[in-house]
Design a binder for this molecule. Sequence first.
Ligand code: FAD
Ligand code: NAD
Length: 478
Amino acid sequence: MSNIYDVVVIGSGPAGYVCAIRAAQLGQKVAIIELWADDKQKPVFGGTCLNVGCIPSKALLDSSHKFVEAKDHFAVHGINVEVPGIDVAAMMARKTQIVGQLTQGVAGLLKHNGVEVIQGRGMLHANRKVEVTALDGSTQQLEAHNVVLAAGSEPINIPPAPVDNDLIVDSTGALEFSEVPARLGVIGAGVIGLELGSVWGRLGSEVVLLEALDSFLPAMDQQIAKESQKIFKKQKLDIRLGARVTGTEVKDGKVEVTYAQGDETLTEVFDKLIVSVGRRPRTNDLFASDSGVTTDERGFVYVNDYCATEAPGVWAIGDIVRGPMLAHKGSEEGVMVAERIVGKPNQLNYDCVPSIIYTDPEVAAVGKTEQELKSEGVEYKSGTFPFAAIGRALASGNTDGMVKILADKKTDRILGAHCVGPSAADLVQQMVIAMEFGSSAEDIQLMVFGHPTLSEAVHEAALAVDGHAIHMANRKKR
Ligand code: FAD
Ligand code: NAD
């Protein structure tokens, strides 16, 4: 017997559960299939983001940040504390509690919106038929007018450093250390490497990041990337570029890593090694060959601008499709698809998806980088403003970094905004709003910004685009 739904969603990460809720809000009969189960075999919602990604990593980033504040930064404010200690178990318990609260919250939202939850592994067949294999191996068949694939991603493994979940771990293992490793190696100085390297570095690990590429954060605006690199160096994150790991050996409870850098072959011994070299879409067992869904050679499902696959009535969203692997990008794709299913012409502006690295300070960006504009031959104007000249940044003692705004030379329209500095994520979000409304740099120049706030750096960077920032000496005169 087959059950017929308006919408079946496979995967309950931030892409899938948001899509399911929005579709249910729009009056659709919705089922969501999730295979992740807890130790009591109950379904776990929220995917990578809530369980082993965004949320637990930010919980540890915030805890470790508070530790560093107390240890290194309170004294300058005239606050004397005893040298603080670290209780890793308590830190982990707090993280687990936050994750539980949020995942149960998603369960509650699905129930409240009348989304039917089906536990097991979903697989798409021809004509939008979905087979669900339960944990006990039993199967059931579903049918749907629309199927939304939202199976997410998993860490990439590299042969020279096989994850053993003991000494060599991926991002999930790196959220679970029971003590602070004295020496921590990280393969890959990307987002995860920097965030989790920061967590353990703040708590006392000596952290070495081995990055295969010769440039640091190549997708970021290079001026901001260079500024960030300087700041991370001050924080004693030892970032080695052009370092290609060729092998690892576990001996005497430690892991020896061999890597090539230039003509040299070097070794380092670590107490733990994190492998964070990117993630790949989880599309192996998601659809049968007769489903009509196709992927590229890396496994990403082919979709159009609206996340429709090549199979009629089948959609794909989140980490399994092109674009950045970001929770908010997947969620908005989920909303777009749900609305398109009921005929609402929603579309997502992929030029305005912000990305953030939650180090301290944060690194955040939206839109084009300067190197992209150069390579596309776009004529542009650039304005930067340092936090060192912002009163509120001085008052709080967070003066590292800058805001950078790029605008079209002819039309003045803002094309990109980049920031490394305090609250960079929230400052760049202001620019996301501005860019969505097609703002010019002049629009920002003419707005009133509260004083004293960090946002004044956005105002001044916009003024600097035309060479008339007030609180610094401008290079060009207007
Ligand atoms: P996922 O979250 O991976 O969810 C997919 C779900 O589908 C899972 O629950 C899985 O069990 C289920 N599933 C898979 N196959 C099947 C099947 N066949 N049947 C049934 N269920 C299935 N992004 C940010 O935007 N901000 C951050 O700060 C951030 N921090 C991160 C930190 C870390 C350490 C990591 C690893 C990632 C982070 N990300 C962050 C990325 C973010 O987690 C992902 O982009 C996001 O979770 C992708 O959402 P998704 O719904 O596409 O997939
Ligand atoms: P990443 O792509 O950000 O970084 C991987 C890094 O590893 C790159 O710099 C790459 O050059 C390097 N690398 C690849 N192979 C290597 C090798 N053999 N040796 C040494 N270096 C190597 O990937 P990630 O940090 O694993 O994160 C995965 C995804 O998760 C990202 O795409 C990101 O979008 C998402 N994520 C986002 C956030 C956030 O939004 N704050 C946080 C964590 C993860």
